[in-house]
Design a protein around this ligand. Structure first.
Ligand SMILES: Nc1nc2c(c(=O)[nH]1)N[C@H]1C(S)=C(S)[C@@H](COP(=O)(O)OP(=O)(O)OC[C@H]3O[C@@H](n4cnc5c(=O)[nH]c(N)nc54)[C@H](O)[C@@H]3O)O[C@H]1N2
Ligand SMILES: Nc1nc2c(c(=O)[nH]1)N[C@H]1C(S)=C(S)[C@@H](COP(=O)(O)OP(=O)(O)OC[C@H]3O[C@@H](n4cnc5c(=O)[nH]c(N)nc54)[C@H](O)[C@@H]3O)O[C@H]1N2
Ligand code: SF4
Ligand SMILES: [Mo]
Length: 722
């Protein structure tokens, strides 16, 4: 069966259209390559912003002398607060000036996967790729070309506008970009109709904060100081996480359920709150629908049943429910962590009900904190970024990014992909089912084109590699999914070598393919300026010129942002939906994945592959020697009972394996995981990992219950001494 067609708007586009998320590290003497020339010194400072898929979206300024970076530091954005994070402090040397950076187009000379290339000119590369694409389009149709991009560069120009126009114009397949955020958002939208709740800075007013499946100490570093401030003001900090994360180590209370059981836990808390009459009847009556259905539904989620599902003591469930409901302002912070489960969306849907049930939204600093992209969706001029009307309603097939391995290796002709374009992503490391993806990338009949800074494990399989500029060399505009700040990114230096921005790469290709439509050739700076052309009140005082002077600016939001103090939910009814007959199931329901008996016996341990590396951003920077050295040896966390049962000692070399692959890694015996669960870091490249496989060799391309996200953490394995 052909995958369903859609209306041309992928989920992430839709997020941004509708309305999608620092206190920081002063940088001093960085060993940037500086100009040796003392005559004609031209020094300038440009404003920019971090391009990474990170909720903090820090603002920076770059000082250059004679086209060389001599200074790189946080700018005056109060959320960045004077500090970039540890991952980015040496960015110019780690990426822009790194000796391994690709600075010319490359053409494959060796076998796929070997990473053997020769340098060729842009003219030759563009001309060969254009003619191959034209042949594929003529013989097989545009849909046999698949763009594969994700959060590598979150700039609206380099990540979206021009690349999207090019692929829509040639009638390529659409990619459902759902690996991050879709399940979470879908769950929250089902309940609240919008994801923007409490703003990050406002958590200082909270007195009880649950960090539910999120690890801000590593993943959202500029939020953490605000949480600490709340703690200093007397707030209790609770972490709900199956892993004792860096954040859980610092919390007052770590609640450690089994992975993927949050739906049951949230429903269990609601059971207790309703039973103890701790809900806010007035708020419920005025601003919610479905309390009768919810009350009946949660009967089955009594503390004993929920204790069996989650592995938590029933007293823990009762106590968490009571302290949460009796504290004000109480805040629940969710981000991404718990969405990568088969019932990930339901978990977000259920958790999002808690603040309405308790009336937490009435208090400043109370409610739910998730993403902020809707603020930009409402205020920026999206006409400049979204597809032009000529292309907007195209009906080409959609392919889910999670299923890349399956699609590339499928014998089903309808799924046929003859050309794969990878940019802003490294799927050989970041997408589930690594071995299947690598098998697909090995196909001799697949034309693989990769635009990159480095020969990543994906680029090793490319027929052509194109050198992309780094963020210091191109224009862009960056909104945020975790803060209320908007940034422009000015090029600080001329592109190094023969590197070109993603946008220019697609413009060159379009020209070579003979297209004349002007939307394919709009300049980067024009797109940036046009995006800010909006008379929306949030953009008052924010212009191209002001952003060039100040760096990141906060949207012009009301002083006290309390979106649901008086209801105002963005659901169809305007109310918070505890129950929704248009959604199946009509109430969030805990439905675990069923395993057959043999699989249960062969692979009894639940594996988490999470973003525990402090110095990596997904797979980015994981090829830089000094960073890998700082990161140190990766470990598999094993509970002492699981270890002793298998006669495994701390420091033993292990083989972690299942039906899809095996990874070799050293054992660390600890109580960071409960019995039955093991945990390994995500981000390391298979080519740089002993045995040539890393975390995603064990994960599967299962989809989530809603939002078509990746149930990446639904993995069972066994471990033995290697
Ligand atoms: N240092 C660093 N920072 C990053 C990134 C990075 O790679 N490195 N990546 C960035 C990106 S792309 C994103 S999306 C954000 C993500 O930021 P977060 O939302 O914080 O997500 P994760 O770090 O994926 O996972 C957070 C926690 O969720 C827990 N978790 C896993 N499964 C479950 C579950 O079933 N229930 C519950 N309650 N918890 C669960 C994990 O154990 C983990 O400790 O971080 C961004 N920031
Ligand atoms: N097992 C497991 N897998 C996961 C996760 C997990 O927790 N566990 N987390 C998931 C999540 S939340 C996410 S967001 C994804 C992230 O997955 P990806 O989006 O694939 O993220 P990165 O690994 O950072 O890869 C981005 C690549 O883009 C390149 N790049 C950066 N800027 C540019 C540019 O301007 N032009 C071009 N052409 N290239 C550029 C970088 O060099 C880098 O190689 O991973 C997911 N995968
Ligand atoms: S990775 Fe995140 S925290 Fe670090 S500089 Fe970039 S936006 Fe800031
Ligand atoms: Mo992500």
């Amino acid at each position: 069966m052909r995958p369903k067609k859609n209306n041309g708007i992928d989920r992430r586009d839709f997020l941004e259209i509708t309305s999608k998320t620092a206190v920081g590290i002063g940088l001093t003497s960085l060993p940037f390559i500086t100009s040796s020339c003392s005559e004609n010194i031209a020094t300038k400072t440009t404003q920019g912003a971090c391009y990474h898929d990170c909720p903090d979206r820090c603002s920076w300024k770059v000082t250059t002398t004679n086209n060389k970076v001599v200074g790189f530091e946080a700018s005056q954005n109060p959320y960045t607060a004077g500090k970039l994070c540890n991952k980015m402090e040496a960015f110019p040397n780690d990426v822009t000036y790194h000796p391994n950076r690709i600075l010319t187009p490359l053409k494959r000379t060796g076998l796929k996967g070997k990473g053997e290339f020769e340098k060729i000119s842009w003219e030759q590369a563009i001309s060969e790729v254009a003619s191959k694409l034209q042949s594929i389009i003529e013989e097989k149709g545009g849909e046999s070309i698949l763009p594969y991009s994700f959060g590598g560069n979150q700039g609206k120009v380099q990540g979206k506008a021009i690349p999207n126009r090019f692929f829509a114009h040639i009638g390529a397949s659409q990619l459902e970009r759902t690996i991050c955020g879709n399940a979470a958002v879908e769950g929250i939208l089902a309940t609240n109709g919008q994801t923007t709740g409490v703003l990050p800075e406002d958590c200082v007013h909270s007195r009880f904060i649950i960090l539910w499946g999120t690890n801000p100490v590593l993943s959202n570093q500029h939020l953490w100081p605000f949480i600490q401030k709340a703690k200093d003001n007397g707030a209790t900090i609770v972490v709900v996480d199956p892993f004792k994360s860096a954040t859980a180590e610092k919390a007052d209370w770590h609640v450690q359920p089994y992975p993927g059981t949050d739906t049951a836990l949230a429903l269990g808390l609601m059971h207790v709150i309703l039973k103890e009459n701790l809900h806010d009847q007035e708020y419920v009556d005025l601003y919610t629908i479905g309390i009768e259905e919810l009350t009946e539904h949660v009967q089955q989620y009594d503390p004993i049943s929920v204790s069996q599902i989650t592995g938590l003591e029933k007293e823990t469930i009762i106590s968490l429910a009571k302290t949460y409901a009796q504290s004000a302002p109480s805040l629940i912070r969710v981000l991404i962590g718990m969405e990568h489960q088969v019932n990930g969306a339901s978990a977000f849907r259920a958790v999002a009900m808690l603040p309405a049930l308790t009336g937490a939204w009435r208090h400043f600093g109370g409610g739910l904190m998730h993403m902020t992209y809707e603020l930009f969706g409402a205020s920026l001029n999206w006409e400049s970024i979204n597809l032009p009307k000529e292309l907007a309603n195209r009906e080409t097939r959609s392919i889910n990014m999670i299923e890349l391995g399956k699609v590339l290796t499928s014998k089903d002709l309808n799924l046929g992909v003859d050309a794969l374009f990878v940019f802003n992503s490294n799927p050989a490391v970041t997408t589930p089912n690594q071995n299947l993806i690598l098998k697909g990338l090995e196909r001799e009949d697949l034309l693989t084109i990769v635009s990159e800074h480095f020969i990543t494990d994906t680029a090793r399989y490319a027929d052509y590699v194109f050198p992309a500029t780094s963020v210091l060399e191109n224009w862009d505009i960056l909104d945020s999914w975790g803060s209320a700040y908007i940034n422009i990114n000015e090029p600080a230096i001329e592109p190094l070598g023969e590197s070109k921005p993603n946008s220019e790469f697609f413009r060159l290709l379009a020209r070579e393919m003979g297209f004349s439509e002007s939307y394919l050739y709009e300049s980067d700076i024009d797109i940036v300026k046009k995006t800010l052309h909006s008379d929306h009140e949030y953009l008052k005082g924010i212009t191209f010129e002001s952003l060039r002077k100040t760096g990141g600016q906060r949207l012009n939001l009301p002083d006290k942002w309390m979106p649901h103090a008086k209801g105002n939910f963005k659901t169809k009814t305007g109310k918070c939906h505890f129950y929704d007959e248009n959604i199946e199931p009509s109430l969030p329901t805990y439905i675990p994945k069923e395993y057959n008996k043999t699989d249960k016996e062969n692979y009894p341990l639940h594996l988490l592959t999470i973003k525990t590396p402090k110095h990596l951003l997904n797979s980015s920077h994981a090829n830089i020697d000094h960073i890998l050295k700082k990161e140190g040896e990766p470990y598999l966390e094993v509970n002492p009972d699981d270890a002793s049962y298998r006669n495994i000692a701390d420091g033993d070399e292990l083989k972690v394996y299942n039906q899809r692959g095996r990874v070799f890694i050293t054992a660390r015996i600890s109580n960071k995981v409960q019995q039955g669960i093991v945990c390994m870091p995500q981000g390391f490249w298979p080519s740089l990992f002993k045995g040539g496989s890393s975390a995603n060799a064990l994960t599967d391309h299962l989809l989530t219950d809603m939002g078509r996200g990746g149930a990446i953490q639904e993995v069972k394995v066994e471990i033995i001494k290697a």
